[in-house]
Every structure is written in structure tokens, then in C-alpha cells.
Design a protein around this ligand. Structure first.
Ligand code: FCB
Length: 445
């Protein structure tokens, strides 16, 4: 086996830099266990054609039962922190009302298990599991979602907040809203511009409302996690550049625009304004409630061209020239540096920034040299950002282990640890060993 190594070591990063890895409840726990209620993903999985090989999340990585072994894998990699999510329907099977004590007990064990292993718990309150009962009421399309989400968030934080290091309200609002309500690729699988416009706004309203309530309850170190994708014009024709700018505005500017600038990009409103929920202009004070930190998820870039056929938004993704991962995503570490600087500038280089996800799908089960290379170049981009003055405080790889990759089922393997889904056997890959070696505190600097 070739030796996979990373070219950085812990001592290249500032003192106290947090090295972590991330996962999400639905992708690993096994939603069939422990009295969890149904989410809109159960509906989505049960609808033919949505998920590769018609797979579902009932067992996933069986993390619900194997969490101790999984936390050992995080600790034994020498990592400092674990980013996990709590499942709303596991805690509140109906989305509201009576909590499921078994679900709360599970997260008690999990969080205590992190602390016992010296791992910082980084919680995400919503990583895409809308309880089916609330989805029936319109989910993200319904303005009441802000209060539903806030009540759930308070329940979680008033129970676990004293043991959590950092909390993100939501993971990837672009996926919650656009990918799921306009493109239809994720639950609830809608392709509806009005639903999308409502979700684009309500997701931020829910975030801001929850942050206000959590602050009032005395919680701190609150943030949000947004995903960014570099929008590369396919050529330099003016219409191509406009197309790439529109994609950039929808993907990369809408959410930070609301949160940090109390405004949405004009070229997005050109399409969405007629479909926005009433009174949206009055919500920015809530949406822009100050945060303590900001999380960036970054994977790739898209090459964008104008689409002369489609109505607004008239752009399309075209194949790019760079090497690609198993997702067909181009490997482009420069994009990570770009967004770290961009968000750093937007927040006056004062707000702590974390890379909360970064990684790739690769089918190689053991000797995942492509992953190791990818990690090396993206940690390199993180170092460059720090050198240029971005207050980057930590980096979480995606993901600890192979898991349920949403619409792609179990085929796309993002883990530093291989999972045999027949036996549930975990085997650390070369990238896991390489990271352990790089960040081990015993290494010479
Ligand atoms: C992100 C998601 C995460 C995982 C990676 C590959 O968009 O937050 O759950 O699926 O992509």
C-alpha cells in the first residue's frame, strides 16, 4: 500500500485551532430505532425514483447502537471536536408536543460520550429532518416554521446546551430551500418557485427567531452553517458572466446577504419577489440577529453558462475541465480560499469562521489517496486563508465514515472510515491514518 501522508502538521496552525470531523443524524443513526417519528425524508425515500437503489435511512450506519465505537474513531484519530446533528423527529416525533424520552436519552449518552473522550461537541439543530407532521402543514413554506423550530431548539438547548461547545441552528439553507423546493432533489422534492421563495425566506426567519430565543435563555457560541460553491463562468461572454453571477447570488449571496447585510441580492429578487411571503421586508432585524461564529461548507465549483431556453433563472451547469470526484464534482481548493476570504471580508475579519464540512466521495475502500490529496490541498487553502488574516478557528472534515448520501443512497462514500453496510464493520482508511499522523501532538513541528 502506498503511503498516504499530509504535508501539514498541527503546529502549522495557530494554537487552539480545532481539528474535527462531521456527520449528521439521518445519515448515520438509523431512523428506525428508538421511537423516532417520521420525517419528510421517509416520505421522499418511499417515493419511487428519488433515492439511488431505493435505499432508506432506517438502519444507516446503526450509529444509534454503535456510537461508542464511532466516538472512539473520532478520538483515536487525534481529533479535538465532533460536529453532529440532532434529529428533530427523534426528539419530537410529531414535531411539537411531547418529547420522546428515548431520543433525549440517546443524545445525553452521545454528548457525555464526547466529553468523556475529551471531544468538543459541536451541535447542529437542523440537518434536514423536518418532522412529517410539520411537513404536512407546509414545512418550510409555512411561516409558523419559525416558531416550531424555535420551540424545538429551546427544548434541545435547555437540555444539552451546558455541555455543547458550539451550536449551529441550521445546516446549509441553500439545500433546505433551493435544492429541496426549487430543484426538487431533496425532500420534500418540490419544483415550485413559490414554495422555493417562501422557503428561502422562512429558513432565515427560523434561524434568526431561534437565535434570539436561545440568547434570551442564556446560551452562547451560536452560529449557522452555509454551503458555498464557486461559480465559474464557462467563458467571458457577457451573458455567461451574468449567468454565473446569478448562480452566485442565489447560492452564495442570498443567505449571508440576509444575515450580515439585511438585504437580498437584487438579481435574485427579480425572479423571486412576486413569490415572496407577505411582509418579508420587515423580517431582517430578526434574520440579522448577531452571531458568534459562522460555518462554511465547501466542496467544489460549478462551471456556469447562460441557458437561452429556460425562464428565470436562465443558467445551467456545464462540464468543467478539472479532475472530478465520484460525485462528478470538480476539485478546486482555490474556491475554499475564495470563500474564506469573502466571508472574512463580509464580517470585517472579526467573526470566528470554521470550515464545518469539506471532503469528497471516493469509492476506494482502504487506500484512499485521492481523499488524502484532496484533504491536503483544502487544509492548504485553510492555511493560506489564516496567513492572509482570516480568523479561521477550526476545520471539520466531511465525514467520519461512509454514510447515507441523501438522494445518492449508500453508493457515494465520503468517509475517512470505511463502512461495510452488510456487517456494519468500520475500517479506517488511509486518510484517517494520515490525518492522525498530521495532527498528533507528539509529532515534531
Ligand atoms: C453537504 C451536506 C452533508 C453531506 C455532504 C456531502 O451538502 O451537508 O450532509 O451530504 O454535503
Amino acid at each position: 500500500m502506498d503511503n498516504a501522508t499530509l504535508s501539514f502538521s498541527r503546529s502549522d496552525f495557530p494554537e487552539g485551532f480545532v481539528f474535527g470531523t462531521a456527520a449528521a443524524a439521518l445519515q448515520i443513526e438509523g431512523s428506525g430505532y428508538g421511537g423516532a417519528g417520521p420525517s419528510h425524508w421517509d416520505t421522499f425515500c418511499a417515493t419511487p425514483g428519488n433515492i439511488a437503489n431505493s435505499e432508506n435511512t432506517l438502519v444507516a450506519c446503526d450509529h444509534y447502537h454503535r456510537w461508542e465505537e464511532d466516538l472512539d474513531l473520532v478520538r483515536n484519530a487525534g481529533l479535538d471536536a465532533y460536529r453532529f446533528s440532532l434529529s428533530w423527529p427523534r426528539i419530537l416525533p410529531e414535531g411539537r408536543g411531547t418529547p420522546n424520552e428515548e431520543g433525549l436519552d440517546f443524545y445525553d449518552r452521545l454528548i457525555d460520550g464526547m466529553l468523556e473522550r475529551g471531544l468538543q461537541p459541536w451541535a447542529t439543530l437542523y440537518h434536514w429532518e423536518m418532522p412529517a407532521a410539520l411537513s404536512d402543514l407546509g414545512g418550510w413554506r409555512n411561516r409558523d416554521v419559525a416558531n416550531w423550530f424555535t420551540d424545538y431548539s429551546r427544548l434541545v438547548m435547555n437540555r444539552f446546551g451546558d455541555r455543547i461547545e458550539g451550536t449551529a441552528t441550521l445546516n446549509e439553507p441553500w439545500c433546505v430551500a433551493w435544492l429541496s423546493h426549487f430543484l426538487g432533489h431533496h425532500a420534500p422534492g418540490l419544483r415550485d418557485i413559490r414554495a422555493a421563495a417562501h422557503a428561502m425566506h422562512h429558513v432565515l426567519l427560523a434561524h434568526g427567531t431561534a437565535v434570539q430565543a436561545l440568547r434570551a435563555d442564556g446560551h452562547d457560541n451560536l452560529g449557522i452553517v452555509c454551503n458555498f460553491e464557486y461559480s465559474q463562468p464557462a467563458d467571458d461572454k457577457p451573458e455567461t458572466i451574468r449567468a454565473a453571477e446569478l448562480n452566485d447570488a442565489i447560492y452564495n449571496r442570498w443567505f449571508v446577504g440576509g444575515i450580515f447585510e439585511k438585504t437580498y441580492p437584487t438579481q435574485v429578487l427579480e425572479g423571486l419577489a412576486p413569490h415572496m411571503p407577505q411582509g418579508w421586508q420587515d423580517d431582517f432585524d430578526v434574520i440579522a440577529t448577531p452571531l458568534d461564529w459562522f460555518g462554511i461548507n465547501y466542496y467544489t465549483r460549478s462551471v456556469i453558462a447562460a441557458d437561452p431556453v429556460s425562464l428565470w433563472p436562465s443558467y445551467m451547469t456545464v462540464p468543467g475541465p478539472l479532475p472530478k470526484t465520484d460525485m462528478g464534482w470538480e476539485i478546486y481548493p482555490e474556491g475554499l480560499l475564495h470563500f474564506l476570504k469573502r466571508v472574512g471580508d463580509l464580517t470585517d475579519r472579526k467573526m470566528p469562521i470554521y470550515v464545518t464540512e469539506n471532503g469528497l466521495a471516493d469509492s476506494e475502500p482502504v487506500n484512499d489517496l485521492v481523499r488524502t490529496d484532496y484533504m491536503d490541498s483544502h487544509f492548504g487553502a485553510a492555511l493560506d486563508a489564516i496567513k492572509s488574516g482570516v480568523p479561521l478557528k477550526g476545520f471539520f472534515t466531511w465525514s467520519l465514515m461512509d454514510n447515507f448520501e441523501w438522494a445518492f443512497g449508500y453508493d457515494k462514500r465520503f468517509g475517512m472510515v470505511h463502512v461495510d453496510f452488510e456487517t456494519q464493520k468500520r475500517t479506517p482508511k488511509a486518510s484517517w491514518h494520515a490525518l492522525r499522523q498530521a495532527i498528533s501532538t507528539n509529532q515534531p513541528g
